[in-house]
Design a protein around this ligand. Structure first.
Ligand code: COA
Length: 252
């Protein structure tokens, strides 16, 4: 149980899974969903019995990203709340290994979340996309720092600024996804990987992760810098127009 019905937390052995459970809205993530995930991640980090995190979506959709209605509410009220930033800081500071499993759409933070994961599995029909600039927004979740570092500047630009579609195979080539696996075995493979990581000596594993990822402080600094631009852009007329266009599309 969590404080949000759309975030499902389960524990299997030493693995804690967080599953997006809002298929009717393509797993769009609301403020309360971010808050529920932060609580669950922190609880697992503090619990010696949990040794790995696993992120799961629904068949055909991992997540369509931040809830656009919430974007509109932020834009109109000018009040961002702390839920998203708390979640991103928590994600950036995770010491335990994180595995994710993607089947289908992974948009916005549905893509950038995997830049904080250690192993991501995706099905052939998965699609990664970050339409930040098309929405008059800017890259978030530290992606402006992480993506150029591991996929190279031009590929990162194509993803984060151009908003190009990345297939599962493109994502493997870009270093965002570890392996492409069939739909029928996705969650089993991801769980096996999480369980294998959970069985490793935890201190050595967390040091290995820390060494490879470098200090989270620089990342958090970038997350905050992005967030300041993001908040300013959210209030812009061009962003409001983009959100209205998405919402109006549903009425036609
Ligand atoms: N925020 C809020 N609601 C969303 C959403 C989002 N990010 N993504 C999808 N939904 C809702 C739709 O409004 C629709 O709700 P309704 O049935 O009450 O009208 C429902 O989820 C199904 O979405 P729909 O657009 O009908 O499905 P689709 O298969 O045609 O398209 C997407 C799926 C994800 C491509 C499309 O919904 C989309 O572009 N969503 C916005 C993605 C986005 O810009 N995210 C922010 C990134 S920074």
């Amino acid at each position: 149980m969590t404080s949000d019905p759309h975030i499902e937390i389960t524990r299997q052995g030493a693995v804690q899974s967080i599953r997006f459970d809002r298929a009717e809205k393509k797993n769009a993530i609301t403020r309360t969903m971010y808050a529920a995930m932060t609580v669950a991640l922190k609880a697992a980090e503090d619990d010696d019995a949990i040794r790995a995190h696993l992120y799961l979506g629904q068949p055909g959709v991992f997540s369509s990203g931040n809830d656009v209605q919430d974007f509109m509410a932020f834009a109109m009220s000018g009040e961002m709340g702390t839920e998203v930033l708390d979640f991103l800081h928590t994600l950036a500071r995770l010491k335990k290994p994180v595995v994710s499993a993607v089947d289908g759409l992974a948009i916005g933070i549905g893509t950038t979340i995997h830049m904080h994961c250690d192993l991501t599995f995706a099905t052939p029909r998965s699609l990664f996309k970050t339409p930040f600039v098309d929405l008059a927004l800017v890259p978030e979740a530290g992606s402006s720092l992480l993506a150029p570092a591991f996929m190279g500047y031009q590929r990162a630009f194509a993803m984060l600024a151009m908003g190009e579609d990345f297939s599962a195979q493109d994502a493997v080539e870009a270093g965002l996804v570890y392996k492409v696996v069939d739909e029928g075995e996705l969650e089993e493979r991801a769980m096996q990987a999480a369980q294998a990581l959970a069985e490793k000596p935890p201190v050595a594993l967390s040091i290995a992760k820390r060494l490879m990822k470098s200090s989270p402080d620089k990342l958090i600094e970038r997350i905050d810098e992005e967030a300041a631009y993001f908040a300013a852009q959210l209030k812009s007329d061009e962003a409001k127009a983009a959100f209205m266009q998405f919402m109006a599309r549903k009425k036609s």
